[in-house]
Design a protein around this ligand. Structure first.
Ligand SMILES: [Zn+2]
Length: 225
């Protein structure tokens, strides 16, 4: 299950990108990065000994705070994707959960696979995936033609987008503010990578480009460019 994807690397915080300013970043608590994770550690938290998906999230799971937050996100999202207990989790809570975690696209992919396995679908009404023939209009730009300043402006506008701005950007669809935040993070990664390449720091630029790739792959197909 998704084992071909490498999730072992430490990646820059999707919110501050490791560039600490006056105040430490609230998302990564000033660390500037997020650790990698092992799929089996997440599964160990969300599955029972009999390898069933838990009906409730464990009270005292094994693992550090980041792992527990990630496992909780996967567990909740898998249930929402599968049409279970949709009333218990607000969409807003899910939009906020794991914001800034560079591995969020991976966690969402894992949640889809878990949902498929245990509920036979990841396309329940509250889920993130849109039916082929009902794709809403969107205004996602082609980031490749944008300057560093334009990318930064895009991030400012959409990283915590209002519902109206998110609807303009990705169309009326489930979890639109979450998708706007992913696109904003992509724009900021791209701006950082551009700057680092200009400065000749190719290795650091590649880290951002890796994160960009992950975010891109996490987008619904109709929002890609
Ligand atoms: Zn941060």
């Amino acid at each position: 299950m998704t084992s071909a994807i490498d999730t072992s690397k430490e990646l820059p915080c999707g919110f501050c990108h490791g560039k600490q300013e006056k105040h430490p970043c609230l998302i990564c608590e000033g660390k500037g990065s997020f650790p990698g994770f092992k799929l089996k550690d997440i599964l160990a938290i969300i599955l029972t000994k009999q390898k069933d998906l838990r009906k409730s999230f464990p009270r005292n799971p094994q693992g550090d705070d980041t792992l527990i937050l990630r496992a909780n996100y996967v567990w909740k999202l898998a249930r929402v994707f599968g049409g279970q207990d949709t009333g218990m989790v607000s969409t807003l809570a899910l939009d906020i959960a794991c914001t800034g975690d560079p591995y969020r696209p991976h966690l969402e992919l894992i949640a889809q696979v878990v949902s498929d396995k245990f509920f036979g679908t990841h396309k329940a009404p509250a889920g993130a995936t849109f039916p082929e023939d009902e794709k809403p209009e969107n205004n996602v730009p082609n980031f490749e033609g944008m300057s560093h300043d334009e990318l930064t402006e895009f991030w400012k506008k959409y990283h915590r987008a209002s519902r109206a701005d998110a609807t303009f950007l990705v169309g009326e669809r489930p979890r639109k503010t979450n998708l706007a935040a992913t696109l904003a993070a992509y724009a900021m990664d791209r701006a950082c990578a551009m700057k680092l390449r200009e400065e000749g720091d190719i290795k650091a630029a590649e880290t951002y480009e890796h994160a960009m790739q992950l975010r891109y792959e996490s987008l619904p197909v109709d929002l890609r460019w």
